[in-house]
Design a protein around this ligand. Sequence first.
Ligand SMILES: Cc1cc2nc3c(=O)[nH]c(=O)nc-3n(C[C@H](O)[C@H](O)[C@H](O)COP(=O)(O)OP(=O)(O)OC[C@H]3O[C@@H](n4cnc5c(N)ncnc54)[C@H](O)[C@@H]3O)c2cc1C
Length: 464
Amino acid sequence: MTAHATPVAEPAPPRAEALAATAATPAPTLSGWGRLPAPGREIFSESLESATRGAVLSRGLARSYGDASLPAHAADKVVNATMANRVLAFDEATGVIRVEAGVSLVELNRLFMPRGFFTPVTPGTKFVTVGGMVASDVHGKNHHVEGCFGAHVRSLRMRLADDSVVTCGPDENADLFDATVGGMGLLGHILEVEFTLHRIPSQWVWMESERVPDIDAFLAALAKSAPQWPMTMGWIDCLTRGRSMGRGILMAGRWATAEEAPPTPPRLGPQITLPFELPNWVLNPVTASLFNTAYYWRHLRQHAKQVVSPEPFFYPLDAVLHWNRGYGPRGFTQYQCVVPRAAGAPAVREFMELLTRLGGASPLCVIKDCGDEGRGMLSFPLSGMSIAVDMAVSPDVQNIVDKLNEFIIAAGGRIYLTKDRFTRPEHFRAMEPRLDRFLATREKYDPQRRLRSALSVRLFGDRA
Ligand SMILES: Cc1cc2nc3c(=O)[nH]c(=O)nc-3n(C[C@H](O)[C@H](O)[C@H](O)COP(=O)(O)OP(=O)(O)OC[C@H]3O[C@@H](n4cnc5c(N)ncnc54)[C@H](O)[C@@H]3O)c2cc1C
């Protein structure tokens, strides 16, 4: 569990000859999952306590798509938390666990699933750190039942902008806690997280899936499934127009009982790696449509019931490492929004039509039922339908995001910051009535706005 590599201290100031030798090498860059680069470098250390002193941003496994984990300025001190990956305490009787912020979900699953415990909320990839899960207040297929990850956090140990180290939680420095959960790393560096793991009856998942012919049927099926299943989500084909628009596969699941589960634990399948960046043209409207049709009809029976490994159920995309190279050198973004339940099914249908008309649709389009809003001041979900769609970066992408945002503002919804790179500040303000409270809390704990990121420059006007 402890890092195998030796700690990497802050780099020594480069000597003149070393500088001359590296003068021709390109400046180091960092990027998020969408692979749009920004100048900057990161410091790795096993000790977050020392590394975060004077740092302006922390990051984890860089699975946020946009600019949330990117520095505002190339010279900013950015700490990568992934070497601080120890489990500090675990109480088997209660499931309460305390970890360093750089622990990854893949490690937690490896260690605790065989002991009969699983994280209360998991996003759609296991390659995230617990610090990143708090900062984005991630949600999973069980949001309608369990809320976001932050709802299961008992306390955080943090380094603040003035370099002090404090503890916060739902009942201690609660304003700091509420602004940190979903606050995209802008309130402080998360050093340690205490939260509660859930007991699971087996290491297998009972899954039922259904092929659904169009978006209206899909929404009706999701609404029917939500009270019956602790976990639901769907893939929708948002490239097909006309009567079949929004057809897709609905998946519902629960942990299999010990009796239903096979006698041996699930085995990890072969890990495929996309070895290089594909050219931009590989993913085009024709290949995307072919993929969608094949994926839809791969689900041969209309209804299927099976016991499956958690890997394909929770983390289907993790089967191919570096799949983000598939979008080519242009990079990509994800537009994830929530359409409030009050706006109803017609608003979701209209959104899908707009998305297809604007040319923003791609093979990866996921729909989820969200439950009530949590306490995180900038936490994403609210009661309604979340729709997430990947989009290659193109000259049209800013216009597409603008138009979708205008629709979402009118519908009373919002977007997910951890996926975002293109939302304009005025659009974010218009969709986020909680923003003033967040900014006031940030002002209290960091009046000089020392902690910052490329996202906070773009959306909150921090100095670059
Ligand atoms: C394939 C895929 C599927 C996904 N599915 C989902 C999903 O279903 N639900 C969902 O909610 N999200 C989902 N995500 C998004 C992902 O869960 C979040 O972006 C998560 O924050 C990534 O964690 P990370 O460790 O990679 O953080 P990074 O991307 O490195 O950082 C994300 C944010 O957290 C901050 N941060 C990270 N570590 C710290 C720390 N120690 N202290 C303070 N701030 C910190 C960063 O500053 C940044 O603002 C998905 C992403 C991918 C690539």
